[in-house]
Design a protein around this ligand. Structure first.
Ligand code: ADP
Ligand code: MG
Ligand code: MG
Length: 922
């Protein structure tokens, strides 16, 4: 069917010319329609206009040269193949014009069905449907003797009113409610609530009403020329790429903004031709749990958008077996074939036109985090994929979701409703009924549950703001369900016991009234809804990591799958994973979660609590003796802290960071001190000490504490401070060793910018180490954080004095960009994200080009100076999936992150290793 191309660049592909690998060019929908066509599956014929054409249009505001001609020649080929012409008054070919980007953006962009209908061809369509015209295959609706003229008439006018509605709304920005109101008025006049009760005459009148609405809003009549309809619809799809909700969705999902969408022009097939027609969606496995089986929704006598919109209640796909066994069997056969071909869970859209099955879409289906692990495990068992591939198909973000807490239920909590568990998790919050209110309350710091009959793309903001989403209509494939799953947000859909009154800001359930502001709890796994706040407990996966759930004993398929894939990740990864832990308790938990040491043990808390008093004495000391007394009092306390930590991490390295924050952080705030002094004076008490403290605080005030007297600088100006810490560490290690342990302390000096700083601290520390360890075999490493840009740029020099580097990527990001996190995140980050200055906060995921470059330079130059230099990272980036891949690439030895992130980092380190296998240099 391929036609000759008129102009140089090829912008249009027949379905037979594409395949599933061409998603960049043809979009996901187009590439997969092509793939199914070439598999010989029943796909209505059509063609795809490429993303390049869209990009060109969006860049210049006009269709690129040659596009119009190429569309004309592909349309001509389609018409020839179908034996009918677009919008022919006697026997019209109708098409759908469908958006389809590289990444699926459900419901975000536009589709127009029934293009080619006008005042004349609507009659031709009615004749076709009643079987007067004879023709074969799609779009003819022919050959049924029983086809009755009234039904055919109804169908044709229904199709036409849908065209005006969709075209008006999406192509010409006519407000959709106006059409909805006219439809409601027609139903009211007829005394019904069901679209299907409107007959041909009613719908014909509705078409007239719709045309008036169209003309009122656009200042022109509804376009009658089929090719003009087609061209305008194509252009509208191009433009829908930049619709506000699409932009918002892309940002949320981190989809690049410049990809553009492809446009698919597909011969129409009709699910609204009568009771023997219908439309549906299906998954080859349960996208929520991963269980094998048949999952889908079917709606008889309807066009596709009715299912997704959740406007009418669908029936479970299984019921299709009773309605149309032949199509049902064929569908199951095709689903099995698609899984075998894609080697993965697929989701599909299909339509049955008078007993004939047509495939309208497939793709590798979105799934919950749990389903991702379970399915990957199943596919390994089925011999379809290997463990590397299974590891590749899950990710750290999913694992993190599985570590969310669950509801802890006892008899006290009885569900008041049960909907569909559309996106798992346990969420509670105050009920809100509108997106705007959700955003408002969330901004005030409230947790909210957005309650809607159904959601639509305009609710996106509210969904982002909410803790969870609860709807009374729609199935697993409704807008709410699909979008919530994509966001990893808890969602219960289709809880139809809920009687929702949006204007009244309340709903009724089980005889009770729930108003805006009342608290509800929703379980996105079971679909159950509870009134009040249900307490939560750790998830099974966390219990497994804690060692309380034996994967060999349990029959929890998720735990088994996680265990297996984690095992593979551990076998493959090159990066070690340590944890950031300041106490024995944290260290113990992290170790259960698989941490291989501590990458950052902060010592600040060792100066707090009842030790503040000693710190105050230290700061206020006027003589050397006073200072030494204070330090001597701190020493045994800190030694005991270190003993506890070394015991919990016995045999594994523990990196201890010497005190980092400015000392005035350990003193009371200025205002409080000033008040204390005033009050004490009033009472005639002795205020000498308070006054001295106040003076110290005034003296130590810094206008830019982040860049002030902190880190190594403190150690160099407060005599004995670092020495006390070093002594406490080394004495603790010796004590542990004497009791038979194997402590592996690593002393880390923060905020070094010049090798001379480190050399000074090191000389003092080495003396203490030699003096304390004296022949007991404890080895102590001395290294530094790399968190000041100058340190990264002089890493070759610094490595001469350091046995290890640990990248403090939080400070390195702050100082690299020259902004402080606390000040900027609320102030202007949203704007930077909006402007695309960065796609994600550089505090969340490492900025590869800038801060990442500093890390790379320091790693390379440090290793060049000292080949055995140990390299790690201890900023929060150590637990961020994207960043873990970067640190693997740069060749670090380990990442360190909070205890809960340890499994995530292990998994991602394994994924990074298999993804770069072969090109791995170290
Ligand atoms: P989305 O990406 O939002 O799912 P689609 O382009 O898939 O949008 O189309 C919206 C609905 O219209 C779907 O249910 C789809 O199955 C249906 N549809 C699209 N093209 C056709 C066609 N040629 N014949 C019948 N139904 C169609
Ligand atoms: Mg679709
Ligand atoms: Mg720091």
């Amino acid at each position: 069917m391929a036609s000759q191309e008129t102009a140089g660049h090829k912008y249009v592909y027949d379905f037979a010319e594409g395949n599933k690998e061409l998603k960049d060019l043809l979009g996901g929908k187009g590439a997969n329609l092509a793939e199914m066509t070439n598999l010989g599956l029943p796909v209505p014929p059509g063609f795809t206009i490429t993303t390049e054409a869209c990009q060109a249009y969006l860049a210049t505001g006009a269709e690129p040269a040659g596009l119009g001609e190429q569309i004309a020649s592909h349309l001509a080929a389609l018409e020839a193949g179908m034996g009918k012409r677009l919008g022919d008054p006697h026997d019209p070919l109708l098409v759908s014009v469908r958006s389809g980007a590289k990444f699926s953006m459900p419901g975000m962009m536009e589709t127009v069905l029934n293009v080619g209908l006008n005042d004349e061809s609507v009659h031709g369509l009615a004749r076709q449907a009643s079987g007067i015209n004879s023709g074969g295959g799609t779009n003819s609706a022919s050959g049924t003797d029983s086809a009755d003229a009234a039904g055919a008439d109804r169908f044709a006018w229904d199709s036409y009113r849908r065209l005006i509605q969709m075209f008006g709304k999406t192509v010409c920005n006519v407000p959709g409610e106006e059409f909805e109101h006219a439809l409601d008025a027609a139903k009211r006049a007829k005394g019904t609530a069901n679209d299907l009760d409107l007959d041909g005459t009613d719908l014909r009148a509705l078409v007239e009403a719709y045309k008036k609405i169209f003309a009122k809003h656009t200042g022109r009549d509804f376009p009658q020329e089929p090719r003009e309809q087609l061209d305008l619809a194509i252009r509208a799809v191009f433009e829908s790429w930049n619709a506000e909700r699409a932009v918002l969705y892309r940002r949320q999902e981190r989809i690049p903004a410049d990809l553009g969408t492809a446009v698919n022009v597909v011969a129409m097939v009709f699910g609204n031709l009568g009771p023997d027609s219908g439309t549906g969606v299906a998954f080859t496995r349960d996208p929520a749990s991963g269980a094998q089986g048949i999952y889908g929704d079917y709606l008889a006598n309807a066009q596709g958008e009715d299912v997704v919109a959740g406007i009418r209640n669908t029936v479970p796909l299984q019921e299709l077996e009773q309605l149309d066994k032949r199509s049902y069997d064929e569908l199951l056969g095709i689903m099995a074939r698609l899984e075998e071909h894609y080697l993965d869970l697929c989701d599909i859209e299909f339509t049955i036109e008078r007993g004939k099955l047509w495939m309208l879409q497939t793709r590798v289906g979105k799934r919950t985090a749990a389903a991702a692990f379970v399915i990957a495990g199943q596919l390994v068992d089925e011999g379809l994929i290997d463990l590397d591939e299974a590891l590749h198909r899950v990710n750290g973000a999913q694992l993190a979701q599985l570590m969310f807490p669950r509801f802890k239920l006892d008899h006290e909590f009885q569900p008041v409703a049960k909907g569909i568990g559309a996106s798992p998790g346990a969420a509670f919050g105050k009920v809100v009924f509108t997106s705007a209110r959700a955003v408002e309350l969330a901004a005030e710091g409230e947790q909210v549950i957005l309650v809607r009959r159904e959601t639509n793309p305009d609710d996106l903001n509210g969904m982002i703001a909410a803790q969870g989403i609860l709807t009374s209509r729609g199935g697993k494939t409704s807008h709410a369900a699909v979008v919530a799953r994509g966001m990893g947000k808890t969602c219960v859909s289709g809880a139809d016991e809920l009687d929702i009154d949006v204007p009244g800001r309340m709903f009724t359930v089980a005889g009770q009234i729930v108003r805006e502001g009342d608290t509800v709890s929703i379980d996105g796994t079971t679909g159950k809804v509870y009134l009040g706040e249900v307490p939560v407990m750790p998830s099974e996966v966390v219990q497994y990591f804690e060692g309380n759930l034996d994967p060999a004993e349990t029959d929890d398929v998720l735990v088994k799958a996680v265990h297996r894939i984690m095992g593979h990740a551990d076998a493959k990864r090159r990066l070690a994973v340590r944890t950031n832990a300041d106490t024995g308790t944290d260290a113990a938990r992290a170790r259960r979660f698989g941490a291989e040491g501590i990458g950052l043990c902060r010592t600040e808390h060792m100066f707090l609590g009842d030790r503040r008093e000693l710190v105050e004495r230290l700061i206020l000391a006027r003589t050397e003796e006073e200072r030494e007394t204070a330090l001597a009092a701190l020493l045994p306390l800190q030694r005991a802290d270190f003993v506890e930590i070394f015991r919990e991490m016995d045999g594994l390295p523990v990196t201890v960071r010497l005190i980092d924050p400015p000392l005035h952080e350990f003193l009371p705030p200025l205002e409080q001190l000033a008040v204390n002094v005033a009050v004490a004076q009033e009472r005639g008490e002795d205020v000498a000490k308070e006054e001295a403290l106040l003076a110290a605080v005034r003296r130590m005030h810094e206008s830019n504490p982040m860049l002030g007297l902190r880190g190594v600088r403190l150690g160099l100006v407060i005599p004995g401070l670092f020495a006390m810490q070093v002594r406490a560490i080394v004495e603790a290690a010796v004590e542990c060793a004497q009791q038979g342990g194997t402590p592996k302390p690593e002393i880390m000096v923060p905020l070094v910018g010049a090798v001379q700083e480190l050399e000074t601290v090191r000389a003092e520390a080495e003396k203490i180490i030699a003096e304390v360890t004296r022949g007991c075999g404890v080895e102590v490493l001395i290294g530094t954080m790399i968190e000041v840009p100058r340190a990264a740029l002089t890493a070759g020099q610094i490595a001469e004095a350091a046995q290890f580097f640990s990248f403090g990527t939080n400070d390195l990001t702050q100082m690299g960009w020259g902004f402080s996190r606390d000040d900027v995140e609320g102030a202007f980050f949203w704007r930077y994200l909006e402007l695309g200055i960065f796609g994600i906060s550089p505090f969340e995921s490492i900025d590869r080009d800038g801060v990442g470059r500093l890390v790379r330079i320091a790693a390379e130059e440090g290793r060049a100076a000292r080949p055995e230099l140990k390299l790690g990272v201890c900023g929060e980036h150590g637990g961020d999936p994207e960043s873990v891949h970067f640190f693997h690439e740069v060749g670090l030895d380990y990442v360190s992150c909070s205890p809960f992130r340890v499994p995530v980092a292990r998994l991602e380190a394994g994924r990074a290793a298999i993804e770069t296998a072969g090109s791995d240099s170290r």
